[in-house]
Design a protein around this ligand. Structure first.
Ligand SMILES: CC(C)(COP(=O)(O)OP(=O)(O)OC[C@H]1O[C@@H](n2cnc3c(N)ncnc32)[C@H](O)[C@@H]1OP(=O)(O)O)[C@@H](O)C(=O)NCCC(=O)NCCS
Length: 158
């Protein structure tokens, strides 16, 4: 991970930040893979208990976000996205580590995530200590109707 030559500020997201989340989502996810959520899916998820998100700011610009959920002792990273022009500067790692710490604060001892099997993000998750625990065939349906497998990962954060 390269070190950012500027401060990354990670703040707790609020409903007022949803336009930033939706803008980052539209930029970050390649529609070929069907991983992005719609604004209404995000809104619906945020209404559920134990769901929160964090936004990374760089130079007063929203650079990325992470959405997560924690219920009792289990947490799940639901989404992690960084604007394309801000990648490979450590922002994804910083957000992921923040979510791990926040999930611990909420009582989670295990953090799960699900990712397209051939997503470059797998390398980030493995380097942060996540281990593959399962596979879901044809989980993502892309723009052209093509399906992609998901792999599930988890990490003990006790
Ligand atoms: C995956 C993602 C969040 C990574 O964000 P990022 O800010 O670029 O991540 P970092 O700079 O912290 O990367 C840390 C390490 O992860 C690995 N990594 C990250 N992106 C990678 C890529 N495209 N290819 C290979 N390795 C990669 C590298 O080991 C990297 O360290 P390095 O830059 O020193 O080689 C970002 O590429 C993204 O938003 N992708 C689209 C959305 C998505 O697929 N999210 C994940 C599923 S929800």
């Amino acid at each position: 991970m390269s070190t950012a030559p500027y401060p990354i500020e990670i703040v707790q997201g609020s409903p007022a930040d949803l336009p930033h989340v939706n803008a980052i989502m539209a930029e970050a996810f390649d529609p070929r893979f069907g991983e992005a959520w719609t604004p209404s899916q995000c809104l619906g998820m945020l209404a559920l208990p134990g769901v929160w998100f964090a936004i990374a700011w760089v130079d007063d610009q929203p650079a990325g976000f992470a959405l997560a959920r924690a219920v009792l002792d289990e947490g799940e990273l639901l989404l992690l996205a960084i604007r394309p022009k801000m990648r490979r500067r450590g922002i994804g790692t910083a957000l992921l580590r923040t979510i791990v710490a926040q999930a611990q604060d909420r009582g989670a001892t295990l953090l799960h995530l699900e990712v397209r099997s051939n997503n470059d993000a797998v390398r980030l998750y493995r380097s942060e200590g996540f281990e593959k625990i399962g596979e879901r065939r044809d989980y993502y349906r892309g723009r052209d109707g093509k399906s992609f497998d998901a792999h599930t990962f988890s990490k003990s954060i006790a």
